[in-house]
Write a protein that binds this ligand. Structure first.
Ligand SMILES: NC(=O)C1=CN([C@@H]2O[C@H](COP(=O)(O)OP(=O)(O)OC[C@H]3O[C@@H](n4cnc5c(N)ncnc54)[C@H](O)[C@@H]3O)[C@@H](O)[C@H]2O)C=CC1
Length: 282
């Protein structure tokens, strides 16, 4: 199999390329400089020249707060950009795996969201990612949509790195305690994605590390494992206003992948420990 990976210099894309290479799968990781996904002709030219059997689409506009002020850009990349990739896949009869997000859900209640539950994104980023999902579903039959959440990887900024940076200057840190979800370590997600692409069970899946926490619990665990003496003060989202509203409930049900016997990812604490070792923060 020949695989094209978009967003290859981002957190997830980097690890997907690394994992494919480790498994001996021919792959090409492409950055925005080599192929701007908002340019349909550039996408078509690149995809037709490389002729992948599968495109793993990790590229995205990921600045959740900034998206509120740059909606056009967010939709151009996450909506139209994804449509451009799907169109090229359609033309080439290639399969596609699109990475999406827990933010397509409204996050009300305390239930675990099933893959087909009604959507209702609260912010521009979530709306633009949902537009990408709809384009993939409209244009292709052989696709995977894989929703991940609360991502941390070596190549890019994330909550873990932010907490470690804040810990250098503060002894107490206020962290939101009323948003609940599952952290996702890109190395673990990349391993699962490289398994999924060999499956013929096309469709929508949720992929995160196992277990649930709030951001405050996540922060506490970071400081505990990394042995930083910082107190976490839990606060409500209302006390920490952001430009983009975020869902309170990001619990993603894994029943679709469990039903196929796919191995769940390790607990998020195990993933965090591994990651902190990887970035020399232990
Ligand atoms: N970071 C997070 O917490 C979450 C991320 N996701 C999704 O996971 C996927 C991977 O996210 P990360 O690796 O964290 O993102 P990232 O921000 O680290 O990387 C995104 C990549 O997309 C590329 N990109 C942006 N605009 C582009 C364009 N016009 N043309 C080509 N490439 C372009 C960037 O250069 C970058 O390499 C994305 O689809 C994101 O929406 C889902 C849930 C949470």
């Amino acid at each position: 199999m020949k695989v094209l990976v978009t967003g290859a210099s981002g957190q997830l894309g980097y690890d997907v390329c690394r994992e494919l290479t480790a498994r001996g799968v021919e792959n090409c990781g492409v950055s925005s400089k080599e192929m701007d996904i908002t340019d349909p002709q550039a996408v078509l030219d690149f995809v037709m020249a490389y002729k992948p059997d599968m495109v793993i689409h990790c590229a995205a506009y990921t600045k959740v707060d900034q998206a509120e002020e740059e909606a056009e850009k967010a939709f151009a990349v996450n909506g139209n950009g994804t449509r451009n990739i799907a169109q090229a896949c359609q033309k080439l009869h290639a399969k596609m795996l699109y990475i999406s997000t827990d933010y397509v859900f409204p996050g009300t209640g305390e239930q675990f969201y099933e893959v087909d539950d009604p959507k209702g994104p609260l912010n521009v980023y979530g709306k633009s990612k949902l537009e990408g999902e709809l384009a993939v579903q409209e244009l292709l039959e052989q696709y995977f949509i894989v929703r991940i959440s609360w991502v941390f990887g070596e190549h890019g900024n994330n909550f873990v790195k932010t907490m470690l940076r804040l810990a250098e200057q503060h002894q107490t840190i206020r962290v939101v305690d009323d948003q609940v979800g599952s952290p996702t370590y890109t190395r673990h997600a990349a391993q699962a994605i490289c398994d999924i692409i060999n499956s013929k069970n096309y469709g929508i899946y949720h992929l995160t590390n196992s277990g649930i926490c709030s951001w405050a619990e996540f922060a506490r665990e970071i400081f505990h494992i990394a042995n930083r003496s910082v107190s976490v003060i839990p606060i409500a989202s209302d006390a920490y206003p952001t430009k983009a509203v975020r869902p309170h409930n990001s619990r993603l049900s894994k029943s679709a992948s469990d039903a196929l016997g796919w191995t769940p990812l390790p607990d998020w604490r195990t993933a965090l420990y591994e990651y902190l070792g990887e970035i020399d923060a232990l």
